[in-house]
Design a binder for this molecule. Structure first.
Ligand code: ATP
Length: 931
């Protein structure tokens, strides 16, 4: 390539294709791999860097400027002014540790989300060294020849040199939402991007197919130029984050009010000095502000999305985790999602004969076994015609692989099955394509459910070949090929063909119909221009040839997934382009519906009112022979019924429904770029069972957040109780827990077990419950009751009791309560340690909501046990390291006191196990589990 940098828009648009190829150093066989490698080094990967990253330093600093952090900074200063420098330094140290921990959590969450983005590479079909290959979009270089079709993102700025009905959505560049037509001819329209034979990176193909030569990649493309100018992207705030922000704000206000009240009471009621009262009130504020809530939640969500990714579901943003758990209806495609997408042709039906082509050896060396004797294919004119159409009307390449290797399919599995059929019949696909060069294609689209190709044979005869859904074919055929003779297609023929089709459809088999027509030499269509061949005038007066019947068995894991959905009260609505009978047969077989389900076709849907459709989607229903546009209406009507809808899709026309659904799910393997862009979640294995796993994971993550919230809130009560005792007794009972000790519980010992709760496995039976109601909140009544009324209250009684227990050991009530010295340090240490040991029980109790902890495995969550171990280690350090003793006003405990502490968690744990057992008994009696 001489001066590729100079290839600007007009230089690429104007010259003849051959000249442009020369300038770009390529020809019709494409670049060689060596050339491509050198160019990749020279021009860099074909990627666009959009948003400017927020500076790491700024993110780090933000963790030290929250309201909570500012309060602690100020308190440190007050402590120093009041002559308590150790306290001041310790408060600051705790603040620094807390900030660093939050930053680490943010960082880990970001890393987890970034790694997800890398898991879904995009591919493009290129011609290199005269071979068609699939490469990653980043590897595309200037001079590469590539192919695009409906639903693809255009990978580079390129000159179109071959195209068929190409329409492109350029809204990302121009803002214009209507698709624009592109051709391979030069025409300059108005505006910056108006060259008709140029397609731009970052735009998408809405229909048609094309071949292009890339002349600019990555940041050199027009899209890259604009992206470079664009400022940093706005950060989106997801609903759960909003709820948490709201919750944190509310709790902070409550904490501040309590703090002010305690401050005033300490001054006026207990007559405490102002500085000491301030520090005392600070203890209350620290106890109640849920510091660390947001970063821990974000981390836990990010880890949840990573777990989902391992189960083949990639979430594009964290908020979808929450919605997933609320899903009540899944609108699912059939082919490839519920079924394996491995098409095998079993039968070929032709007017004169019905061929069973299952098993090997049916075709050998161009001969076919008819009535157990080999017959030359040429003696079977109808079959030869069908095989010719199946070979030519096909855009798929199959690399069959060797031995254990799986066949690689470049295209669709429906067409792949036809390629394999042709090969079995001894047809050389390449030779056939040379004999009948393709003039034009009318690509398949799921609205008309047909695909046509126009070819010319060696005598110059122009032929139109069509394949597609039987219902669509019967509309365009008026003749039939019967034993080599073309005769009119009668109503009786149609009835017969439909009956044959129905027989196979009832067995869950799919069908594809074939037709053709030779264009008359004097047909004006061929004399003017190929552009005249359009869907309306080309696909008409066709000769019906026959049917290919193929099987596509259900995925083996689908049966369990469907049962799980039933138990979880999630309804599945099959929405398929396939025939009603095939659809129903598969739906009944895999247990989605009963035999009584109603089947509504696209045509019927068009004539249904919104009300009727709303009614229909409440019951057992299947939608068949529908177009993707219908899906949008089905999803909308379900939503109007109050459902939370997840919907699958793969094609370009599925995008509106994917956007409309509460969770749009695109197929990662067979899905188009447009569908992936519109979706919230991408399935890396296209498998319905992965949706169910993701829902389960979504429910788990949400319930883990609640467990985590319960855990951190429940320590507020025992932390606050000592101060209340102090106030109520007007200081007669010295503070049983000092401010520094409150800080240790809240910012130190509590954090690690809380993190462990974020990764707790799904609780047994989580998929036996109905979906969470839409108006439910993370912090619900049950959590508030448990945090403050149950766990919190018990822990307050135990920890305050522990304080009096030590004092009693030291001679109280005969001598008054110690308010300083060794005795006081020992007593407050005991309160602190008792809170920590109550928290150990709480960590265990919070692991499940209703199931026994033994059912999830007492030791199954190692992070919790690690957290508990560290927690006990920290408390021991506080007791025995002299320096820490001074800072935290702690002292060593004796063996009896340690014994007392170790006795705390066991009864608390067993009591809660008993309560959960009662709850389980109660709920089994009152539930009506549908399974
Ligand atoms: P689902 O909607 O569940 O994925 P589907 O693959 O059958 O099922 P569409 O892709 O909309 O749905 O296809 C509709 C019909 O069009 C098919 O049932 C088949 O008869 C026909 N068809 C599918 N692929 C092609 C193709 N490449 N060329 C021609 N006709 C096709």
């Amino acid at each position: 390539m001489k001066n590729s940098e100079a290839i600007k828009l007009n230089n690429a648009a104007k010259p003849a294709v051959a000249d442009l190829m020369k300038t770009l150093g390529t020809d019709s066989t494409g670049l060689t791999e060596d050339q491509a490698g050198q160019r990749l080094e020279k021009y860099g990967p074909n990627t666009i860097q959009t948003a400017k990253q927020r500076s790491e330093i700024l993110i780090f600093i933000e963790n030290f400027t929250s309201l909570m952090a500012i309060l602690l900074w100020v308190s440190g200063i007050v402590a120093m002014i009041a002559g308590m420098p150790e306290l001041g330094i310790a408060i600051w140290a705790v603040n620094v540790i807390n900030g660093c921990f939050s930053y680490w959590q943010q960082h880990a969450a970001q890393k987890a989300t970034d790694s997800l983005k890398k898991m879904l590479p995009s591919y493009v079909k290129v011609t290199r060294g005269a071979k068609i290959k699939q490469i990653r979009v980043e590897e595309l270089v200037p001079g590469d020849l590539f192919k695009i079709q409906a639903g693809d993102s255009i990978p580079a700025d390129a000159r179109v040199f071959k195209c068929s009905s190409l329409q492109v959505d350029e809204s990302s560049l121009t803002g214009e939402s209507l698709p624009v037509e592109k051709t391979d001819e030069y025409k300059q329209g108005d505006g910056e991007f108006a060259q008709q034979n140029i397609v731009f990176a970052g735009t998408t193909v809405t229909s048609g197919t094309a071949d292009g030569i890339a002349f600019a990649t990555g940041m050199k493309t027009e899209f890259g130029r604009i992206a470079k100018l664009a400022q940093g992207q706005k950060q989106t705030v997801y609903p759960l984050e909003r709820e948490l922000n709201h919750l944190t704000r509310q709790l902070t206000i409550i904490a501040l009010l309590i703090g002010i009240a305690f401050f005033l009471l300490a001054i006026f009621f207990v007559h405490y000095p102002i500085a000491k009262s301030f520090i005392f009130a600070l203890g209350m504020i620290v106890a109640f502000i849920p510091e660390g809530l947001l970063p821990t939640v974000t981390l836990s969500l990010a880890q949840g999305t990573q777990r989902m990714a391992k189960r083949h579901a990639l979430l594009k943003n964290l908020s979808s985790v929450e919605t997933l758990g609320q899903t009540t209806v899944v609108c699912s495609d059939k082919t490839g999602t519920l079924t394996q997408n491995q098409m095998t042709i079993n039968h070929l039906w032709l007017a004169a004969k019905d061929y069973d082509v299952t098993g090997t050896g049916y075709f050998t060396n161009g001969q076919i076994q008819v009535d157990d004797r080999p017959v030359e294919l040429t003696q079977e004119p109808d079959l030869s015609q069908l095989l010719r159409i199946a070979t030519l009307n096909n855009d798929t390449e199959v690399d069959e692989g060797t031995g254990e290797e799986k066949a690689k399919i470049l295209g669709t599995s429906t067409e792949a099955s036809l390629v394999i059929l042709s090969r079995k019949a001894g047809i050389d696909v390449k030779t056939e394509n040379r004999t009948y060069p393709r003039l034009k294609e009318l690509p398949f689209d799921s609205n008309r459910k047909l695909m046509s190709t126009i070819t010319k044979n060696q005598t110059g005869q122009v032929i139109i070949d069509t394949k597609g859904a039987l219902s669509s074919e019967l509309l365009i055929c008026d003749r039939i090929l019967d034993n080599g003779i073309v005769r009119p297609l009668t109503d009786a023929d149609k009835q017969h063909i439909m009956a044959v089709n129905e027989k196979y459809a009832k067995q869950g088999l799919r069908s594809l119909a074939f037709s053709y027509r030779e264009v008359d030499q004097d047909d004006p269509l061929i004399h003017v221009s190929l552009d005249n061949f359009q869907i309306g005038n080309a696909e008409t007066h066709m000769i019906f040839v026959g049917l290919a019947i193929m099987s596509d068995p259900p995925r083996p894991e689908i049966f369990d997934a469907v049962k799980k959905c039933r138990r979880a009260r999630i309804r599945i609505i099959m929405v398929t382009g396939d025939s009603p009978i095939t659809a129903k047969s598969i739906a009944v077989r895999i247990g989605i519906t009963s035999d009584k389900a109603s089947v509504i076709t696209g045509d019927q849907l068009d004539n249904m009112s919104d009300d009727a459709l709303r009614q229909a989607v409440k019951g057992e229903v299947i939608f068949a022979r529908v177009a993707p546009e219908h899906k949008f209406r089905i999803v909308s009507m379900c939503q109007k019924n109050g459902e939370i809808v997840a919907s699958t899709g793969d094609g370009v026309n599925d995008a509106p429904a994917l956007k409309r659904a509460d969770i749009g799910i695109a197929m990662g393997v067979t899905g188009t770029d447009v569908a992936k862009d519109a979706a919230d979640m991408i399935l890396t294995d296209d498998n319905f069972a992965s949706i169910v796993s993701a829902i389960e994971e979504g429910r788990t993550v949400y319930s883990n957040l609640q467990k985590f919230l319960l855990y951190i809130l429940n320590s507020n009560m025992p932390e606050a109780a000592p101060s209340v005792v102090f106030l109520l007794t007007r200081g007669l009972v010295p503070l049983p827990l000092t401010v520094m000790q409150i800080l240790t519980v809240d910012l130190g010992t509590d954090l690690l077990p809380a993190l462990g709760l974020g990764i707790e496995k799904s609780e047994p039976g989580i998929m036996n419950q109905p979906p969470r109601p839409q108006d439910s909140h993370l912090l619900n009544k049950s959590i508030i009751w448990k945090a403050f009324g149950l766990y919190g209250l018990i822990a307050s009684i135990i920890s305050t009791g522990a304080y009096f227990f030590v004092n009693h050991e030291n001679g109280w009530p005969n001598i008054s309560l110690a308010s300083s010295g060794v005795g006081y340090a020992e007593a407050t240490t005991m309160t602190l340690a008792a809170i920590v040991f109550c928290q150990i029980a709480a960590a265990m109790n919070c692991r499940t909501q209703i199931s026994s902890v033994f059912s999830v495995g007492l030791f199954s969550n190692r992070r919790i046990w690690l957290g508990i171990g560290v927690e006990i280690g920290l408390i021991a350090l506080l007791m025995y390291v002299p320096f820490l003793q001074t800072v935290f006003n702690t002292g060593p405990l004796n063996i009896i006191e340690w014994g007392f502490l170790f006795c705390i968690p066991v009864p608390l744990f067993l009591l809660e196990e008993g309560r959960k057992w009662l709850l389980r008994r109660y709920s089994t009696r009152h539930s009506n589990d549908p399974s």
